[in-house]
Design a protein around this ligand. Structure first.
Ligand SMILES: *Cc1c(COP(=O)(O)O)cnc(C)c1O
Length: 370
């Protein structure tokens, strides 16, 4: 089966390096928040092109901590997208705030003109905007920054799917004072388990995030803040910095090459490829396509040829049962997001695919009769 990820190949390719990293931590005698974490934070910030990074337990916590650092609190309204991992909204809810949804544009990412229309319909002004650089695409950053400034919204970008992506040459996350990412194993930079990070231009936010991830301590047994336990452990940091991060550039190029082949060689009227945002140097966390009719029949056709597909995401966040008790302000239809929910499929795209496997995906798509 050609899957959406291949953790067995990943392990086989670097088995010795993973074991070396674990061994180094074991021999150091220091297991949580130590020198591996500090070095990883430095190397990640330098890779990203932002001054500071703070390692945490996962991407959800990174968002929650970033929201606290920017002062999000009970009663705040937060403009965001209904088409994302549920974690984007979950972090808003955990910060005590209320999400407000605007539609996406043709790329599947938050649409600022829809956000503008939502703002004009709302009685109360939101204080935040949380866009997601979905699928590995970079939203345009200057319009985002200007939109935030015009409406008095603090921007906090969810970069969980977009590490390394650039918009007109600038890294994602740079329209915010603090942005967030995840190292969940399926992400472009994956740990061998859970991990995440915040990236920031502010030393104040850096220090507050370091405190919040560790019970809100500013020093041992000094609790200045209501924090959480979201410490990054040394083993994950060691694996991230000495095995995964050094390969990220090359693996991203491989993702880009596969996406290019799909775009050039898949020729079937059954599929439509959403455009990428203008100026986006995408890192192709996922390869989304829209199936014009009968998505399940298309997926079955690929499945019969040994090819897995994913759905990102089959149900809008607004339609999830968990949202039943949340008083989300009504803001008009989410028609384009709904279209993604009902017709999007993700084709396999990961750095361990061989050229033959990529060819097999292309042939299977081209052999489909709608
Ligand atoms: C994966 C993901 C998250 C959450 O990251 P976790 O590490 O799983 O908590 C948040 N937002 C988006 C867009 C994601 O894809």
């Amino acid at each position: 089966m050609i899957g959406l990820a291949d953790f067995k190949r990943m392990w086989a390719e670097d088995r010795v390096s993973y074991l070396d990293a674990v061994n180094r931590v074991g021999e150091s005698g220091w297991l949580v928040l130590g020198t591996e974490v500090a070095k990883f934070e430095e190397e990640l910030a330098s890779f990203w092109g932002l001054p500071w990074s703070v390692g945490v337990g996962n991407g959800l916590d990174a968002l929650e901590i970033a929201f606290h650092c920017e002062g999000m609190a009970r009663g705040d309204l937060v403009l965001t997208t209904p088409l994302s991992a549920f974690a984007t909204t979950l972090a808003i809810l955990r910060a005590g705030a209320t999400p407000v949804y605007a539609d996406v544009d043709a790329t599947g990412l938050l649409d600022l003109s829809s956000a503008e229309a939502v703002l004009s319909r709302l009685g109360v002004k939101p204080r935040f905007i949380v866009p997601v650089h979905l699928y590995g695409h970079a939203m345009e950053l200057e319009p985002l920054r200007a939109f935030g400034a015009k409406h008095g919204l603090t921007v906090i970008e969810d970069c969980a799917q977009s590490i390394g992506a650039k918009s007109h040459g600038r890294p994602v996350g740079s329209a915010s004072r603090v942005c967030c990412t995840s190292f969940y194993p399926t992400k472009n930079l994956g740990a061998l388990g859970d991990a995440g990070a915040l990236l920031t231009t502010s030393t104040e936010i850096r220090d507050r995030a370091r405190s919040l991830r560790d019970y809100g301590q500013s020093a041992k047994y000094v609790h200045d803040d209501i924090g959480l336990n979201s410490r990054l452990d040394e083993v994950q940091a060691a694996i991230l910095r000495s095995v995964q991060l050094p390969k990220l550039r090359e693996q991203t190029s491989r993702r880009q090459a596969i996406a290019k082949r799909y775009l050039e060689e898949i020729r079937t009227p059954a599929l439509e490829f959403p455009p990428t945002p203008p100026g986006s140097e995408s890192v192709w966390h996922l390869f989304p396509a829209l199936v014009r009719t009968e998505r399940e029949r298309f997926r079955a056709h690929l499945h019969d040829r040994g090819i897995a597909t994913g759905l990102h995401y089959p149900k809008l966040i607004t339609d999830q049962a968990a949202m039943a008790g949340v008083a989300v302000p009504k803001t008009g239809d989410l028609a384009r997001a709904q279209r993604f929910a009902t017709s999007q499929v993700s084709l396999p795209l990961h750095p361990f695919l061989t050229d033959d496997e990529v060819g097999a995906v292309i042939d299977a798509c081209n052999g489909y009769r709608a």
